[in-house]
Design a binder for this molecule. Structure first.
Ligand code: GLU
Length: 413
């Protein structure tokens, strides 16, 4: 399995070469400052189990860069979480926030845990322990966590509540909170909606008509992206999650699938379609939305992709080898740091609302979200055309130029 951190860094290095950082900023050690995170926090948390005894967990928070603002990024609960993965995800946050022009740097947290194996009380103890250990490192003007895979509004509420035991009441210490605690309308749906917004821009560019959509992953991102497509009258012909998949050339009833998943815990056996035997990556659809995990489109399966357009709802779903194959086959890829930036954009809106103490209508949230994403898409597209590079390479160029300009402006003393 390709190492996500090495992949991410090698693309940063390639971009630094294209942008000529070495020559333009001689002696500034730009690449080292991008490669090595500002701060790596790693610790062990022991949690008391309901039935007695303890379980020990590896916990991480990586603060990659605060050149453009305070650290920002989600917290992932997954059995595969390790140091390199969290470092890569933190670096991507720095690039993402820079690309879409919100005043943050990048960070990411994680715990190596399968949250389904813990009871709610055990999970709450784990989240509270994690938060109390990080109380000096997070804060509304320092580092602002948010949901990621395996976490959601419930976990953010516990972080908020734990933090206030040690510090002032500060709604902006965490985003993706429940609405009752100062969360923003539209935050939960934002990443999925953003995926669809950038998809629609790319569809226009490609001139696709009557196209079909396939979705990999049916968690927060995948399910909201699929729902948004469904509500727009688009045909979602295949969906796969960790439990299984379903396909229907006439289009799946996505709201029914959400209900089914909520009742059964997954989409396997969904009665509104045929079971999907193979990997969805090779399913015949015009647009493919990978919204699950890293490294799902690989050297092994990239040649089988039938889609003309891929919009990356997940972080890092396409390996660099797969990227090359897709590029040679003229499959257009809207890269993760653009396509899935909707989540952190609305996190930013939540933080602004918390600071203002004034709360917006969902319509305002969505309009502002779409405007920002369309603008970011247009700038990426323009750069890709000007430099004759992929959308991913263009997005990295824009983000890194902004970060490095700010680095230089700040000085080194
Ligand atoms: N975890 C999400 C991401 O990867 C959201 C981060 C945030 O809202 O801070 O972009």
């Amino acid at each position: 399995m390709a190492n996500v951190l090495e992949n991410a860094i090698s693309l940063v290095q390639k971009t630094a070469d294209i942008l000529n950082f070495n020559k333009r900023f001689q002696g500034q050690e730009i690449m080292e400052r991008l490669r090595i995170p500002d701060k790596v926090i790693m610790f062990r948390a022991s949690v008391q189990l309901d039935r007695g005894g303890l379980k020990v967990f590896n916990c991480y928070r990586i603060q990659h860069s605060d050149v453009l603002g305070c650290y920002k990024g989600g917290i992932r609960f997954h059995p595969d979480v390790d140091l390199d993965e969290v470092k890569a995800l933190a670096l991507w946050m720095t690039l993402k926030t820079a690309l879409v022009g919100i005043p943050y740097g990048g960070a990411k947290g994680g715990i190596t845990v399968d949250p389904k194996t813990l009871s709610i009380t055990e999970l709450e103890r784990l989240v509270r322990k994690y938060t109390s250990r990080l109380v000096n490192d997070i804060g509304p003007n320092i580092d602002i966590p948010a949901p990621d895979m395996g976490t959601g509004a419930r976990e953010m509420a516990w972080i908020y509540d734990e933090y206030r035991k040690y510090r002032d009441v500060a709604r902006g210490v965490v985003t993706g909170k429940p609405i009752a605690l100062g969360g923003s309308l539209g935050r939960k749906e934002a990443t999925g909606r953003g995926v669809v917004c950038t998809m629609l821009e790319a569809v226009k560019d490609l001139g696709l008509k009557n196209y079909t959509v396939g979705v990999q992953g049916f968690g927060n991102v995948g399910s909201h992206a699929a729902l948004d497509c469904f509500e727009r009258g688009l045909k979602v012909v295949a969906i796969q999650d960790i439990t299984g998949g379903a396909c229907n050339p006439e289009g799946l009833n996505v709201p029914e699938m959400v209900k089914y998943r909520d009742q059964t815990g997954g989409i396997e056996g969904f009665p509104g379609g045929k079971p999907l035997a193979d990997n969805i990556v090779s399913y015949p659809c015009d647009v493919f939305l990978p919204c699950a995990k890293e490294n799902t489109i690989t050297e092994e399966n990239a040649a089988n992709v039938k889609a003309k357009l891929i919009v990356e709802g997940a972080n890092g779903p396409t390996t660099p080898e797969a990227d090359k194959i897709l590029e040679s086959r003229k499959v257009v890829v809207v890269p993760d740091i653009l396509a899935n930036a909707g989540g952190v954009i609305v996190s930013y809106f939540e933080w602004v609302q918390n600071r203002e103490g004034f709360y917006w209508e969902e319509e305002d949230v969505n309009t502002r979200l779409f405007n920002r994403l369309r603008k970011a898409y247009a700038s990426v597209k323009e750069m890709a055309v000007a430099k004759k590079v992929s959308l991913r390479q263009a997005a990295y160029c824009i983000a890194l130029e902004k970060i490095v300009q700010a680095m230089i402006a700040r000085g080194v003393q």
